[in-house]
Design a protein around this ligand. Structure first.
Ligand code: NAP
Length: 220
């Protein structure tokens, strides 16, 4: 697939590397220094290029948003119309900038800022360093990357990309009920916690039924 990446730092850079390595075409964008993007694209090889956020949207069937929360208003303005794009939002609501209302998830808040997009949220619960290392795992040791969104077709596309990147994709349901995958790290949430496939189903059914999730699993 063609994937436009907006913000190619820790999270976006890892996604770019994993997805280009899996044979996808990536365009990286949004930097205070274009040389950073040029260098990254050169490192990633012939399946990678760089450009502006608007270029990423034009290029990408899928657009990954991996920028600091505070930059989102500027990023969305530069990106332009996201209609028809599958968006993977990796952001967490730290720092300045408009915030969700009380009781509203950050995913629901951001989805409303991207009219026309097939919005999903993923790749946001694990530290970038852990994501980079864990992507190399195989079999039952692979880690879960949760996905939420209101468009089942978009979530299926995102699940394929997440599997290609080296993780286990798990659909946690719509944006309105995904609070357990959002910051901050706290008891009763999956945010900041490692999960493997065997422990994911219990979380999904608890969230679907509005129950507390099972205790956080511990792995040796
Ligand atoms: N890091 C984690 O462990 C982690 C884990 C899960 C989710 N997240 C979320 O993922 C998102 C991205 O985090 P990250 O750690 O990948 O961030 P990061 O490493 O700081 O990357 C941010 C990217 O945005 C670019 N950028 C352009 N203008 C910027 C500006 N004015 N200020 C700051 N950056 C600017 C940076 O490019 P230049 O530096 O080249 O300018 C860089 O490519 C955040 O919303 C974060 O909450 C992070």
């Amino acid at each position: 697939m063609r994937i436009g990446i907006i913000g190619a730092g820790n999270i976006g850079g890892n996604a770019a590397r994993r997805l280009a390595g899996a044979g996808h075409e990536v365009l990286v964008s949004f930097s205070r220094d274009e040389a950073n993007l040029r260098r990254l694209a050169a490192d990633l090889g012939p399946r990678a290029s760089h450009g502006t956020p608007a270029d990423a949207v034009r290029f990408g069937e899928v657009v990954i948003l991996a920028v600091p929360w505070s930059t989102l208003p500027a990023v969305l303005e530069q990106a332009g119309d996201l209609s028809g794009r599958v968006v993977i939002d990796t952001t967490n609501q730290f720092g300045d900038g408009p915030k969700p209302a009380a009781g509203q998830t950050a995913a629901a808040f951001n989805a409303a800022r991207m009219p026309g997009a097939s919005y999903t949220k993923s790749l946001n619960t694990l530290t970038a360093g852990f994501q980079e290392l864990a992507a190399e795992r195989e079999g039952d040791d692979r880690v879960v990357q949760w996905i939420c969104g209101d468009d089942d077709g978009a979530k299926r596309i995102v699940a394929t990309l997440i599997a290609d990147a080296g993780y286990v994709p798990v659909d946690l349901g719509p944006v309105a009920t995904c609070a357990v995958m959002e910051a901050p790290r706290r008891p009763g949430s999956v945010y900041g916690e490692e999960y493997r496939a065997a422990d994911a189903a219990g979380v999904v059914s608890a969230v679907r039924e509005g129950r507390p999730i099972p205790p956080t699993p511990r792995y040796d």
